[in-house]
Design a protein around this ligand. Sequence first.
Ligand code: SF4
Length: 407
Amino acid sequence: MPSERKEFEATAKMKGVMGKYFTDLCAGGEQGRKTAWCSSVGPAELLVALGFNVYFPENHGAMLGASRMASDLIPLANARGFSPDICSYLTSDVGAYLKGVSPLQKMKLPGPPKADVLVFNTNQCRDVKDWFQFYAREWHVPCVGIHTPRSIGEVDETIVKDVASQTEALVAPLERVAGAKLDIDRLREVIVLSRKCTGLWKAVLDTAANVPAPLTFFDGTIQMGPAVVLRGTHPAIDYYELLLAELKQRIADGLAAVEGEKFRIYWEGMPVWGKVRDLSTQFAELKTAVVASTYCNSWVFEALDAADPFAGMARAYSSIFICRSEDMKEKYIERMAAKYRIDGVLYHDAKTCPNNSNNRYQMPQRLQQKLGKPYLVVNGDLNDLRLYSEEQTRTSIQAFVEQLSEG
Ligand code: SF4
């Protein structure tokens, strides 16, 4: 039975693109480039335009999860006063720092570069700020950021003005660290590239609306790397053009990511990084394609606007799912369910990320009523596999798919 993920030809190229990103990143410090750490939905375009070496610690957190290093590292951060209940990206990353280990070392790289400045946006959670402040205290470097409101309904002008002015206020302190003045034309250029990358990434994800889907959520968690760490640069655009062409070809050839696709699922919440391959295999065996997710779509920033750089960034980064109201989130999932023709919704309740777990305030029940589709809640975590039961999850996924076949 074909149950393994069908690899993309483009993936070999992606490994090269990501490898070069990490090599340049680690070399950057030695070449005298200043390094800025940026939260994953922080103002990356501004940092790229200022010439920083831009590093995304959440990407490192995901690598610690995917390499299954995280669970052993988290207790080191716990021993330093970070609760086991808070973000396991934070605790595994701090644990890795304390122990001096990193998945980057498997690539013969020294590990994450030290920050000259850390830049957060609390649009996603407070944890990123607390995480960055640990390193700011450790290395005596500045930590600056944007405090975006949470639970946003409409992204109106008041919010855009507030967030845009907070972003503009970062320019002076960042210029001081960079030792360079911001060139507004360079910022516009980076925004054009970032907007293009976003459009291509969305087009990649949109191909899964096809029946059968040419890629799954599990593929997406691997393919999203360049959209996260290289937005605003040419290599990300080149890569997604290549991947999109391959996906279109898969559609033309009738090639399904899950052979014999029978059911289509929406994944709400974080990936379980250490179990991506196992879950992908199980769903493939059950002829069920996980066709869409909130998570992979979190790097679609359609409001970026080179004509109005700061307002565009403010609108884009305040429009992401995670900082929206329950009503807006529900409407979003309703639209996704229709677009991707889903048969059911899986909610991952990630113990250490309440911000990305949307099953806790009755949303599954409300959406079930609206959509008339069943749901499943899987208890687990993004990185801490001690909070994930393999057996229980396998059994409940199997029972859920049986339920779909009866419906
Ligand atoms: S959104 Fe969740 S996983 Fe991401 S940094 Fe915040 S707490 Fe951690």
